[in-house]
Write a protein that binds this ligand. Structure first.
Ligand code: HEC
Length: 278
């Protein structure tokens, strides 16, 4: 009997010590080391676990058990301990790596995109500057040397299909480049040329546009689609179907190429709607 009373005293003493230890550890973890809350909870749990172990060490010894009862108790003990561990572990907050990855991406992505965009913008600017420079040089050469410079231009263009810098010397190339622009800008989504394109018939065929519009007028239509209306397409015109974006999307050079190409479309056998100045 006195052993039992002693053990109750031990439990109270150890219990108080355990609470003090838990408190100290929690305060230190929170205010001294600034651990996150999960860790604070874990330290408190460890303090209680330690308290339990110390109480067990001081517990009065049990009378020896043997045989089947001993095995059953051992298995039961493992079962309870395992259960406590598993339940305890799953009660703590779980981390999903995908969720954490998502959070990191959210922070990193905008920064990455910003630097990428910066690089692109810079490259674009440099390309434009270089382009302007070469154009200026060619113009000056032309002004200075007249025919001589034109020859140089032609040779710079390699005298072949690469003659982008020498439009005057290579009219055929300009038209070819314009055809490229027509495809690049996806005009065929709404227009038909030579029976190809615009399955949905959203816009007029363009086969004879070169006879109906002067180059400046075609250019005007591209730069501001509201300036002209194709006859019979009032509804589409009022719906502003033809996009007003090419003056932003395309360089002057590209517009000129496209206009050059469209100006060659002179097939009177294909009924092309008459352009009406607005
Ligand atoms: C989303 C459809 C759409 C796209 C894309 C489009 N257009 Fe049009 N376009 C129209 C429609 C509709 C009309 C007729 C109504 C009007 O004049 O605004 C038209 C009219 C024209 C006309 C005048 C035709 C005439 O007979 O009067 C020209 C030229 C033209 N487009 C050229 C182009 C070129 C070049 C491109 C590509 C850079 C292009 N369009 C892209 C819908 C489109």
């Amino acid at each position: 009997m006195s052993g039992e009373r002693n053990f109750i005293e031990v439990m109270i003493r150890r219990g108080v010590q355990g609470i003090v230890a838990a408190l100290v550890m929690w305060l230190a973890a929170r205010f001294l080391f600034h651990f996150p809350p999960v860790f604070q909870v874990m330290f408190v749990l460890y303090a209680f676990l330690g308290t339990g172990v110390f109480i067990l060490l001081d517990a009065p010894s049990l009378s020896p058990i043997s045989g089947f009862k001993a095995v059953a108790l051992l298995v039961g003990f493992y079962a309870v301990i395992s259960l406590v561990y598993i339940a305890g572990a799953s009660a703590l907050p779980q981390y999903d790596p995908m969720v954490e990855k998502g959070k990191i991406e959210k922070i990193v992505k905008p920064k990455l995109a910003a630097t990428e965009k910066g690089k692109n913008d810079e490259l674009l600017k440099r390309t434009e500057a270089l382009n302007a420079e070469s154009q200026a040089i060619l113009k000056r050469l032309e002004a200075l040397g007249g025919e001589e410079a034109k020859k140089i231009e032609a040779s710079v263009g390699g005298g072949s299909t690469g003659g982008r810098a020498a439009p005057a010397a290579a009219g055929g190339d300009l038209v070819a480049l314009g055809k490229e622009q027509y495809d690049l800008q996806e005009c065929y989504n709404c227009h038909k040329i030579g029976g190809k394109g615009s399955v949905k018939k959203r816009g007029p065929v363009l086969d004879n546009i070169g006879n109906l519009m002067k180059p400046e007028e075609i250019k005007e239509k591209l730069m501001s689609p509201r300036a002209w209306m194709a006859e019979g397409f009032e509804k589409e015109y009022n719906k502003k179907l033809m996009p007003d974006k090419y003056k932003e999307l395309m360089s002057d050079q590209e517009i000129d190429e496209l206009v050059a190409y469209l100006s060659t479309l002179k097939d009177p056998s294909v009924q092309t709607p008459k352009p009406i100045k607005k």
